[in-house]
Design a protein around this ligand. Sequence first.
Ligand code: ZN
Length: 154
Amino acid sequence: MSEDATEMQDLYRELILDHARQPRNFKRLADATHSAEGINPLCGDKLHLYLVVDQDKITEISFQGSGCAISMASASLLTETVAERSVADAVACVTTVTRRLTTGKEEASATFDLGKLRALDGVTQYPSRVKCATLAWHALRAALNQAGAPATTE
Ligand code: ZN
């Protein structure tokens, strides 16, 4: 591995730890129009997403939960990524991110800039960690579908 690549990995680790320690948008939204739970029994990650969708746009998004650093950081990054997006855009983000984390492949058709989400790429090498990283995204899809059952990685 080149020195640059190692440095990048360090930066990403910092970013994940920062988001895990101080998750963004970590609160309950009392006036949520959509919400969903996500559970990853393998690792013990649990989270609850709250969204306010107004005229097909996500005007507010937050989450609460507990779990490993990757699951919390991923949820925190998710809230930053999809806030202010249309529902269709957010669904496209879910597809792109989950496919990327599951297969490790760059999506040529990605409709948004992955940006900080690249910090999660390292999990593709650890199948059990992939579920930690995708949990919040599954929950987001469930919330937008308004599915009654909790999203689970199993
Ligand atoms: Zn986990």
